[in-house]
Design a protein around this ligand. Sequence first.
Ligand SMILES: Nc1nc2c(ncn2[C@@H]2O[C@H](COP(=O)(O)OP(=O)(O)OP(=O)(O)O)[C@@H](O)[C@H]2O)c(=O)[nH]1
Ligand SMILES: [Zn+2]
Length: 195
Amino acid sequence: MSTPPTVDLERAAAAVRELLLALGEDPDREGLKDTPGRVARAYAETFAGMWQTPEEALSRTFDVDHSELVIVRDIEVYSTCEHHLVPFHGVAHVGYIPAPDGRVTGLSKIARLVEVFARRPQVQERLTTQIADALVQHLHAQGVLVVVECEHLCMSMRGVRKPGALTITSAVRGQLTDPATRAEAMSLINAQSRR
Ligand SMILES: Nc1nc2c(ncn2[C@@H]2O[C@H](COP(=O)(O)OP(=O)(O)OP(=O)(O)O)[C@@H](O)[C@H]2O)c(=O)[nH]1
Ligand SMILES: [Zn+2]
């Protein structure tokens, strides 16, 4: 993928080199000599969402005359905890009721929207609400339900060390705050897949 123009790769690489020195490593040894540049490029990719907008992800809409619930579930999520800069990983489920004019977005664009917000330094709560708010603001969805389930490596591999602990966050907007509609969406998200 192309590198976002606002990432100063040289500066990021110099910082990684400095970090390795601070940790007591030798950044000039064979195995590490290309690491600062590699890490800088990897961060540019991991944080590419900082230079992308939800409008871009949702710009293409189709008139399919459907004003009822659409759910894309089990969207793989890789994001980065802004407290420790280590990954959190899991799935997002996104349901929305399209605008009254029946215009919907492409299904892949829902997953692209998740990527825009996941590829930033994040907390799971903000990731969840940003996805929901973008669907209301840019797609004029009449209702939105977003559920995100993730394991945070900062809780698994270090710190409290509780691998397997799952954090579940949700955000509901508009018509999906209605208990019956919300329950229907949740039952579809939780239904056993028949794939
Ligand atoms: N609410 C929220 N907290 C998060 C998220 N990701 C990481 N955290 C938490 O951020 C907190 C940072 O706590 P601090 O006490 O400042 O940092 P710390 O000493 O490294 O904490 P420990 O992880 O408990 O070792 C920890 O409790 C993490 O579990 C997130 O997405 N949402
Ligand atoms: Zn963390």
